[in-house]
Write a protein that binds this ligand. Sequence first.
Ligand SMILES: [Zn+2]
Length: 452
Amino acid sequence: MKNFKLEPMDQGLCGGVWTSPGFKQLMEELSYDIGPRPTGSKGMQEGQKLLAAKLRKLGVKGVHTEPVPVRAWQEEPSRLELVAPRQRAYESLHCVHSAAGALTASLVDAGTGTLEDLDRLGLKLDGAVALIGGHVISGAKYVPLPRQVQRISERGGVAVLLRSMYQVGGSPAIELAAVTQPTSIPVIGISYEAGFELAAFARSGKAKVNLECAGKSFSTRCSNLAGELGPSKSQESIILSAHLDTFYLNPGSLDNLTGVITLMEVVRALAPLQTDFQRRLRILIYTGEEYGFLGSQSYVQRHLSELEAIRFVFNMDTLFPATAEGVAVMWSPTMRDYIHAVFQGIQRPLEVRNLFCMSSDYLPFLLQGVPAARPADWRNSMPIWSHTAMDTPDKVNLDWLRMNAMIYAQLLARMLRDPDPLPAVRKTSAEVESLLEKEQVIEAMESFGLMG
Ligand SMILES: [Zn+2]
């Protein structure tokens, strides 16, 4: 294994990150002055404009946007009421890209919406509203909500109530119900607490709900923001990426300004070292992650012929203390060993594991065989307010971002300056297919419109 060690450069990198005023400034500008940045919105455009100006100022070359066709969402109020055996109104959110509707129907508890849960309900699901528990947002593997909704509607369910995964002060979470075309039935997000209360009513066998929702799915355009550091003559590049988009209800300070701001500060730290780079760093700030990895999918399709030269993808999505202590490497045990050796050499006790995940914008690259990694939480300690109105800046400690930025700037500095080729090998399409089969995720990928 290669030997890395601490260098004078590290002091500059870490000191620069620790004293940078950029963290606070950018967090406040993007969270408060610009606010929520749903895909296809004015907020996204404004956020990108701000970041483009900052990237240019940092010395990033070729800063530009690339158009991304997207399906976007016009939010409208959602109403949910229990009408039998008792009367009670609940706060709710109409999930993105699910059908509008107004109906009254019986409520059944469909557990976590697995096939077994649906089989157990049998004919009771026909004509009923199904209450399900939703998936774990940070999970490495899961049945995506679009697939769950499809199964429920195929069995006659007329709407889905999606209970939030976490207890966040009674706030419902919003999720993506479909990717390529809207679902045929409404999907309504409700809080964790409301979910359990309604499940108790459902078990009585006599529960009925009345719901009304009018959100609309429509096609429009958004864009990714791109730029580069390093020698323009170099063929090889590494991608550093993060998504800027959010749902409409929150500024996304955790998901994903933590990733975007950390990326910006890593770029600030690395820019002065550009002349020593052996390969380019391509910086990508995506749209459409929350709506099914639309920005990264579009980028991959637009740049298919360049993928051979993209050695490795490092994507940052939702950072907090634990993500500065772990890295998940996908489909490259040799890069796992390489990254592990870097951290050993610079005395950072990170745990680097080989683990296939499908949580964010590295996924379209993996499907093309390009290996990837992400900061990972091995302690299951992700803050729980993602995708709720509670995702605001007051809850994000900027020292979390500083820790992540220092560590990943040190890692990327070594990957970019290494005179030897990186031990990252692109998988063939046959290898990709057999790995996906082994992970048993083909159905999940299809429901995201990522395959075929
Ligand atoms: Zn995210």
